[in-house]
Design a protein around this ligand. Structure first.
Ligand code: HEM
Length: 429
C-alpha cells in the first residue's frame, strides 16, 4: 500500500494530561500519559495497555479537542444506541483544517436524511447482491494463496489483505480490473485523511485533497457512464434505485461510493491483518480453526472484538442527556473508544483473551462494538463476514504452517482506522 509519511509523532492531546484529575488510585501523570499513548502513532502496535488504564481511571475522561473520552462498553453502547447523539458533526470536529469537502455520506447524517439515503442504498446493497460475491471471494483467496505458496513467503497485508477486499468492492461496483490499483491509491490517501487534521502533516493533508479530487473525477465518470449504459453492477443498481418517486443524486451517489470504497475497504484490510496476526500469536486458536473450519464465522466476530480496525468514533449531544449519571449539554462531543469498550472486563469474560469460539453457537455474550450499534450500524457487515470468513477458512485449511517473521510488525500511524503497514510471514502448504 502507499505508506504515507508519519504525522507529527506524539502530537497527541497534551492539554488533556493537565486537565485530568487522579481517579481510582491512578496518578494524574500516569493517566495523562495513557491518554497520549492511546492516540500516539508510536503506540499503534498496542493501544490496549493504555486503554486499560483509561477504563480503570473513570467513565468519562477529558480528551483531545475539548471532548470527553468514553472507554467503557456500557457507556459507549448507551451513546451509540441513543439518537440524541449525532454523528453529523464529526467532520467539523476532526477536520477543521480541511480545504476539501468529502462528498457527504449518510454515515455523517441524521434522520430524516440518513433514513432516506440509507433506505435507498439498502435497496441496491441487498443480501442477495452480497451472497452473489461468494464465488469471487473464494476465487480471489485461492489465487492469492496459490501465489503465496509458490513463493513460500509474503507480506500478508500487501499480498493478501489488500487485494481481497479491493477486488471484491471493485468487482461489486463494476470498476474495471485495469483501474483497481488507481482506486487503491485514492482510498489509501483518503483513509489517512480521516484522522484528525491536527495529527496530519502538510504532505498528508495535500495527499488527501488530491485523492478526494481524483476520487470525484474517477467515480463521477463511472456514474455518468452507468446512468447512460446500465450493467449488472452496484453502481448501475444505485443509479436505478427508485422509491416512491425518490432517487439518489450524483452527489449522493459519490458520498455513498466514498464510504463503500474507503471505509469498507481500508477497514476490511486491517481486520484480515489483525485477525491473522491474532491467530499466529495464539497457535491453539489456529489449531482449533483447522480442526473446525466452521468456526470461521464466530472467529470473524472475535477478531472484530479483539482488535477492531475502527478504533474510535465520535458523537455530539443534540439535546441535554444523562449518561451514567453525567449530564451532557447540547454541543458536547465524545470520543467513543470502541477498541477499549471491546476489551472491557465488565462486558466480556477474559476480555484480553482471543477465543475464536466466544461467539459460537449463539453464545450469550455482549455484542462487540466494532461495527457500531444503532442507526449507523455498519451497512457492510454481511460483506465483511462473508469475505473475511472465506479468507480465514482458506488460511486454516490450505496452510499447514504460517509463521510471523517480525513481531511486533510495523503499524501505520493512522488512528481512526488502525492497522499494520506490513505483515511478513512464511507459509507452507
Ligand atoms: C472490518 C470491516 C469494517 C469495519 C470494522 C466497519 C466499521 C464500521 C463502523 C464502526 C460503523 C459505524 C460508525 C459509527 O456509528 O460511528 C460503520 C458504518 C458503515 N459501514 Fe462499515 N465497517 C467495515 C466494513 C464495511 C464495508 C465492507 C462496507 C461496505 C462495502 C461498509 C459500509 C459502511 C456504511 C455504509 C456505514 C454507514 C452506516 C450508516 O451510517 O447508516 N463497512 N462501519
Amino acid at each position: 500500500m502507499t505508506t504515507t509519511a508519519t504525522g507529527p509523532e506524539g502530537q497527541a492531546p497534551t492539554d488533556a494530561a493537565t486537565q485530568i484529575a487522579p481517579a481510582g488510585g491512578i496518578s494524574a501523570e500516569v493517566l495523562g500519559q495513557a491518554v497520549i499513548d492511546s492516540f500516539d502513532p508510536a503506540w499503534r502496535h498496542d493501544p490496549y495497555r493504555a486503554y486499560g488504564i483509561l477504563r480503570a481511571a473513570g467513565t468519562f475522561l477529558p480528551g483531545p479537542l475539548g471532548t470527553s473520552l468514553v472507554p467503557g462498553y456500557a457507556e459507549c453502547a448507551a451513546i451509540l444506541a441513543d439518537p440524541v447523539w449525532s454523528h453529523a458533526e464529526e467532520s467539523e470536529l476532526l477536520h477543521p483544517a480541511s480545504d476539501v469537502e468529502l462528498p457527504g455520506s449518510f454515515l455523517w447524517m441524521e434522520p430524516p436524511d440518513h433514513t432516506r439515503l440509507r433506505g435507498l442504498v439498502s435497496r441496491a446493497f441487498t443480501p442477495r447482491t452480497i451472497e452473489a460475491t461468494r464465488p469471487t471471494a473464494r476465487r480471489v483467496v485461492d489465487e492469492l494463496l496459490d501465489r503465496a505458496l509458490a513463493v513460500g513467503e509474503l507480506d500478508l497485508i500487501e499480498e493478501f489483505a489488500y487485494p481481497l477486499p479491493l477486488t471484491m468492492i471493485c468487482e461489486l461496483l463494476g470498476v474495471p480490473a485495469s483501474e483497481h490499483a488507481a482506486v487503491r491509491r485514492m482510498s489509501a490517501g483518503i483513509a489517512r485523511g480521516l484522522d484528525p487534521d491536527d495529527l496530519l502533516s502538510p504532505a498528508e493533508l495535500a495527499e488527501r485533497t488530491a485523492a478526494v479530487g481524483e476520487f470525484r473525477e474517477f467515480f463521477g465518470a463511472l456514474v455518468a457512464d452507468r446512468r447512460a449504459d446500465p450493467r449488472d453492477d452496484l453502481i448501475s443498481a444505485l443509479a436505478q434505485v427508485h422509491a416512491e418517486g425518490d432517487r439518489l443524486t450524483t452527489t449522493e451517489m459519490l458520498g455513498t461510493l466514498l464510504i463503500l470504497v474507503v471505509a469498507g475497504h481500508e477497514t476490511t484490510v486491517n481486520l484480515i491483518g489483525n485477525g491473522v496476526l491474532a491467530l499466529m500469536r495464539n497457535p491453539d486458536q489456529l489449531d482449533a480453526l483447522r480442526r473446525a473450519p466452521e468456526l470461521a464465522l464466530p472467529a470473524v466476530e472475535e477478531m472484530l472484538r479483539f482488535d477492531p480496525p475502527a478504533q474510535v468514533t465520535t458523537r455530539t449531544a443534540r439535546g441535554e442527556v444523562t449518561v451514567a449519571g453525567r449530564v451532557f449539554t447540547p454541543g458536547e462531543a465524545v470520543i467513543l473508544v470502541l477498541g477499549s469498550a471491546n476489551r472491557d472486563p465488565r462486558a466480556f469474560d477474559e476480555a484480553d483473551r482471543f477465543r475464536i469460539d466466544r461467539y459460537a453457537g449463539g453464545a450469550r455474550v455482549n455484542r462487540h462494538l466494532a461495527l457500531g450499534m444503532g442507526l449507523h450500524y455498519c451497512l457492510g457487515a454481511p460483506l465483511v463476514r462473508l469475505e473475511v470468513s472465506e479468507a480465514l477458512r482458506a488460511v486454516a485449511t490450505r496452510l499447514t504452517g504460517i509463521t510471523l517473521l517480525a513481531d511486533p510488525p510495523p503499524y501505520r500511524p493512522n488512528i481512526v482506522v488502525r492497522g499494520m503497514s506490513a505483515l511478513p510471514v512464511r507459509v507452507a502448504g
